[in-house]
Design a protein around this ligand. Structure first.
Ligand SMILES: [Fe+2]
Length: 178
């Protein structure tokens, strides 16, 4: 999975123009805490400097299903993938932000997923595992169609996500979420 992502990153080229699109979640970036790990913080600092110029989006299928509060407190930038800054049909790479104490209900997707925690203390719960609180620098893996939910900590969470396989279809809530 990681090899496919690295190949996509190698092939990625910057587009001529990127149009910014802002979401309410951007207000949380001021409170993002750097973790002290030089490698993680280097990515975070670059992302924070670029964030206002990037096209922030949300999952279309969640509109009208998840609450307005949820929508006011999350968003992501899809760097590589279908209809992304850099087009790719079998790899998605992006960075998402979730506000403090938000609950992301159980969801799943056909794509295989690897999260890298860049900031915050999110707790991940999979249908087949105990809750696990992750720290910046940790990686969290989900197999295709493995249901998972997240509970975000007291400070804003920033996650880098990678998807491989069937990446065209967005995540969907499991049984309406819980
Ligand atoms: Fe996921």
């Amino acid at each position: 999975m990681v090899a496919a992502v690295l190949d996509a990153l190698d092939e990625a080229r910057s587009p001529a123009k990127v149009e910014a699109r802002h979401l309410p979640v951007l207000r949380h970036l001021e409170a993002v805490e750097l973790c002290g790990d030089a490698a993680v913080d280097a990515v975070m600092e670059e992302f924070l400097s670029l964030a206002p110029a990037l096209p922030w989006i949300q999952t279309a299928g969640y509109r009208g299903v998840l609450s307005q509060d949820f929508h006011d407190n999350y968003g992501y930038v899809q760097l590589i993938g279908p209809t992304s800054i850099v087009e790719h049909r079998s790899v998605r790479v992006g960075i998402g932000v979730w506000g403090p104490n938000l609950h992301y209900p159980s969801h799943h997707h056909e794509a295989e997923e690897l999260y890298h925690v860049l900031a915050g203390e999110p707790t991940f719960t999979s249908a087949d595992g105990a809750p696990r609180t992750a720290q910046p620098g940790d990686a969290v893996h989900h197999a295709p169609w493995q249901p998972h939910q997240q509970d975000f900590g007291a400070t804003p969470t920033v996650l880098l996500y990678c998807w491989t396989g069937e990446v065209v279809t967005d995540a969907a809530l499991v049984d309406g979420g819980c």
